[in-house]
Unconditional design. Structure first.
Length: 156
């Protein structure tokens, strides 16, 4: 039986990425026309690492940064989200091993300023970290959002 990869190994596994491809015709209605960059996991992690204390970024901003870097029309929403999730778990794994400085994944929000419940520790842990950095988290229905998150977005 094969050994399960660690989160660090998953983060380092570039799978021949990044790559820029033409947006497939069946995706034009959803993504538009042009090109899409499928980033490498480490690229998503690198952007997340640049967000300083007290600032925030959304997955959509990460996608825009990566699209610009690779001269693509858009960044892939699917893989960017998955790789942010991997980066978050890799950061927790590194912290558990005693690494002091890890990726501040709690500063990466879903679109609209929503907390990502799939990050390590879930909403409660992310909320604690964000509130410790001066953000106010509000509940709207089943979702949790950072109030006025737009005012804290980082410019990278």
């Amino acid at each position: 039986m094969a050994r399960k990869k660690t989160w660090q190994e998953k983060l380092a596994d570039c799978k021949d990425l990044p790559k820029v491809e033409k947006i497939a015709p069946h995706m034009n209605q959803k993504w538009g026309r042009g090109t899409v960059v499928v980033p490498a996991p480490k690229e998503v992690d690198a952007v997340m690492k640049r967000v300083p204390r007290g600032k925030l970024i959304t997955i959509n901003e990460i996608r825009q940064i990566l699209a610009k870097k690779h001269h693509a029309t858009i960044g892939c929403p699917i893989t960017t989200g998955i790789f942010a999730w991997i980066a978050a778990h890799a950061a927790e794994e590194a912290a558990a091993l005693g690494k002091a400085r890890t990726t501040p994944y709690w500063r990466t929000l879903k679109s609209g300023g929503e907390l990502n419940p799939k990050y390590p520790g879930g909403i409660a842990a992310i909320r604690r970290r964000l509130e410790a950095e001066g953000h106010r988290v509000v509940q709207k229905g089943k979702r949790y959002l950072v109030a006025d998150f737009e005012n804290a977005l980082v410019q990278l």
